[in-house]
Design a protein around this ligand. Structure first.
Ligand code: ADP
Ligand code: MG
Length: 704
């Protein structure tokens, strides 16, 4: 990243406003006015062909007439003039263009947009936008946008793909008590995108936490890389996660993926914390911008009301931080700061009699105790206590504890006095919320951040005992004949080339050969239709299991062919597969999709016919290490089935994890050819007994 250029664009020391105006109501007027009002200290150069004076500043006909240097140019002229303006900026040596103007790719003028980027790049400039609100920065006192004022100052930075949302969020920072140092609108992302912003904000010393509103990423893998490398918390709200287009997907995996699942996985793998909605984005941003990550799972809640305590307990479970009782020594000590009828378990209930002292003493003791990984303090406004008093008690306790490596969050439920106390707490870097649920959720965000950082540290070591060339040969042969769908036999050949354990499967052209193969494989056998036109073989009556002798093979051979013809008369039939029959075990599914944003991604779930109904599956962007794969096995709701539930033996999760990792390598290596694939089912056995793939399918990319 060329820091000088990016700094010029995002923290400009001088700004030209191209299309500046003296007419209120015009954007070119508003941007100049906002720069002046925000107290921007660098030179502002209004550019307007008429020259003269604009809002008391000397105006120039062109940037080329400006005597001094220009770091950034805010461009508010009509779209069709932007290329010309960009050229002049390039000649002038401007570093970055903040293209507020609209009328580009969002209305189908992709040509105009790429023209601007091309010109910019020729001159070493970067482009923010087009179709944006602009940039806002408290530390630079710079409002180069048409949003009316700078946000409430704070440590977070917001990058938003939606301009309208940015303006609304800017305004709402004041009532939500969430401070931002910067807000950047990135609109069409013709050039500078989320990946760039994450990298730049990570090195920007006035940013403490990065908050993103994302509709879609342009370069998913680079975003993941930059996010993973970032040392600051990143939190993202992703819209548009409904499973649109999933119905069109050909495989199980495709229909299970939707667009949200892979995003979710990618964010987690990259250490990005997700937000559920706008409120949640603000609330989590507040916590992540003020507090350190939560180092372990031990959350302690201190409250003066049983009701809010129970609510928070429910929330803790909901957000993956179920409460545990504090150890005896903690309970014994806390008992000293509450009446007889209080409770020192967890939540710690100081009772409605609790005043400042009890709060302060218990918070100070608990926060400093090594068992506690994070503290949530709840307070219900009472007639006897002053919220400000309680707030000060909490703050002093935190300070006196000297602890800075674990988080605290509070919720004050009450009226205006509580509101004021919470504002004060936030100023002291203690995140404060109105609802008990919210502070627990914020704590969960701090825990997720810590967990995701661990995950992001896993690295994948590619296996060398794979035969990519052999796999590609199979693909080439299919390509020469057809376009997309590979048969089970062809798919298994590729799986085998990658060293994956596949049930021995052979193709028979006629009855006699079928019997011969069955005898060689050994009874019982399974027989299946082999046709690129029949993807769901059982649906076509194309699968027969447990065939025990030659007569059975002959009969099955004919039945399967008859069924297939009846199912799809025009199907191109290659023959009938004879395969070893795997012993009974637990059926799971592995799948892959080639995601438009993130590329190859793997899926794992419990198999069987209900997979699409239960949707109990988990995704990761590929490749995954065996360690990461093991985490996938634990991720699904049905995990206890693999871990050994209800008297059943635990299943061979290690074999499964290794298989999944190897499979993920296969789909990455072949990502230029493979669109989707699955192994459904893979039958897994008890620990040490391994797993075997009995059905496999690969769907190639549509290359025409
Ligand atoms: P499809 O998914 O195309 O309908 P499969 O090959 O998955 O066909 O076969 C359907 C079911 O038959 C599988 O889910 C599995 O339960 C069983 N099955 C298939 N092949 C074997 C095999 N080689 N050994 C044991 N069971 C098998
Ligand atoms: Mg199957």
């Amino acid at each position: 990243m060329d820091l000088e250029v990016f700094n010029g664009l995002l923290r400009p020391k001088s700004i030209a406003v191209i299309g500046a105006s003296d007419t209120p109501g015009k954007i070119g007027y508003t941007v100049v006015k906002n720069l002046l009002e925000s107290g921007y200290e660098g030179p502002i150069y209004p550019i307007n062909p008429k020259g003269g004076e604009i809002q008391g500043l000397k105006a120039y006909a062109s940037v080329l007439d400006v005597p001094g240097e220009i770091d950034a140019a805010a461009v508010v002229v009509p779209a069709k003039i932007v290329p010309t303006v960009a050229k002049e900026c390039g000649q002038k040596g401007v570093k970055g263009l903040i293209v507020i103007a609209s009328g580009f790719s969002e209305v189908g003028r992709d040509d105009l947009e790429s023209q601007v980027v091309e010109i910019a790049h020729e001159h070493g400039m970067r482009v923010l936008g087009p179709n944006i609100v602009g940039i806002l920065s408290n530390s630079d006192q710079c409002n180069a946008s048409f949003a009316p004022f700078l946000p409430l100052p704070g440590k977070a930075a917001l990058v938003s793909q939606s301009g309208a949302l940015l303006i609304a969020m800017d305004a709402s920072t004041y009532i939500r008590r969430v401070g931002f140092d910067k807000m950047v609108s990135i609109g069409n992302m013709s050039d500078v995108n989320f990946a760039d912003m994450v990298a730049w904000l990570d090195q920007d010393e006035t940013t403490g936490c990065v908050s993103l509103y994302i509709e879609g990423l342009k370069d998913g893998r680079r975003f993941m890389e930059n996010a993973r490398e970032a040392s600051k918390p990143i939190i993202a709200l992703k819209s548009g996660v409904s499973a649109h287009g999933a119905a069109a997907a050909a495989s199980h995996t495709g229909s299970l993926a939707g667009s949200g699942k892979v995003y979710e996985a990618a964010f987690e793998q990259a250490g990005v914390v997700m937000a559920a909605d706008l409120n949640n984005l603000f609330d989590r941003t507040l916590a992540l911008s003020l507090q350190p990550p939560m180092p372990g799972d031990n959350l302690l809640i201190i409250t003066n009301g049983g009701g809010v305590g129970v609510l928070a307990t429910d929330s803790a479970e909901r957000y993956g931080l179920p409460l545990r009782y504090a150890p005896d020594d903690v309970q014994a000590e806390l008992q000293n700061h509450m009446p007889e009828f209080g409770s020192a378990k967890n939540p710690v209930d100081l009772t409605g009699m609790a005043g400042r002292d009890w709060y302060q003493d218990s918070v100070q003791y608990a926060f400093a105790h090594k068992w506690v990984d994070g503290l949530v303090v709840l307070y219900c406004e009472t007639a006897m206590t002053d919220p400000q008093d309680i707030a000060e008690g909490i703050q002093e306790a935190v300070e006196a504890s000297g602890i800075t490596d674990k988080p605290i969050a509070v919720s004050f439920v009450g009226g205006e006095r509580s509101e004021a106390a919470m504002r004060w707490l936030v100023e002291k870097s203690i995140p404060a919320y109105n609802e008990p649920d919210t502070s627990v959720n914020a704590m969960a965000a701090l825990r997720e951040y810590a967990r995701n950082q661990d995950l992001a540290a896993h690295s994948f070591e590619p296996l060398s005992d794979v035969d990519e060339a052999a796999a590609r040969e199979v693909i080439a042969k299919v390509r020469a004949e057809r376009c997309r769908d590979m048969t089970e036999i062809e798919s298994k050949a590729i799986f085998e080339a990658y060293g994956l354990p596949v049930a021995n499967t052979r193709l028979a052209d006629d009855e006699a050969q079928a019997v011969e193969l069955a005898e060689a494989i050994g009874y019982p056998v399974v027989m299946k239709i082999v046709s690129p036109d029949i993807l769901h073989k059982s649906d076509a009556g194309g699968v027969m299991v447990d065939i025990k002798d030659a007569d059975g093979v002959r009969e099955a051979f004919n039945t399967i062919l008859d069924n297939a013809k009846a199912y799809k008369s025009e199907a191109n039939i290659h023959g009938v597969a004879i395969q070893e029959m795997a012993p009974w075990g637990t059926e799971v599914i592995l799948g892959s999709v080639n995601d438009p944003t993130f590329g190859p991604a793997v899926m794992f779930g419990l198999g069987g016919i209900f997979v699409e109904i239960l949707r109990d599956v988990t995704f990761r962007v590929a490749p995954v290490s065996a360690d990461q794969a093991a985490k996938m096995l634990a991720d699904i709701n049905g995990a206890p089935i693999l871990e050994g539930a209800r008297g059943e033996e635990p299943k061979d999760r290690q074999a499964l994890a290794e298989l999944l990792s190897r499979y993920s390598q296969m789909i990455c290596d072949l990502a230029d050819e493979v669109q989707e694939s699955d192994a459904n089912p893979v039958i897994v056995y008890e620990e040490g007994e391994g797993a075997i793939i009995v059905d496999a399918r690969i769907i190639l990319k549509d290359n025409d």
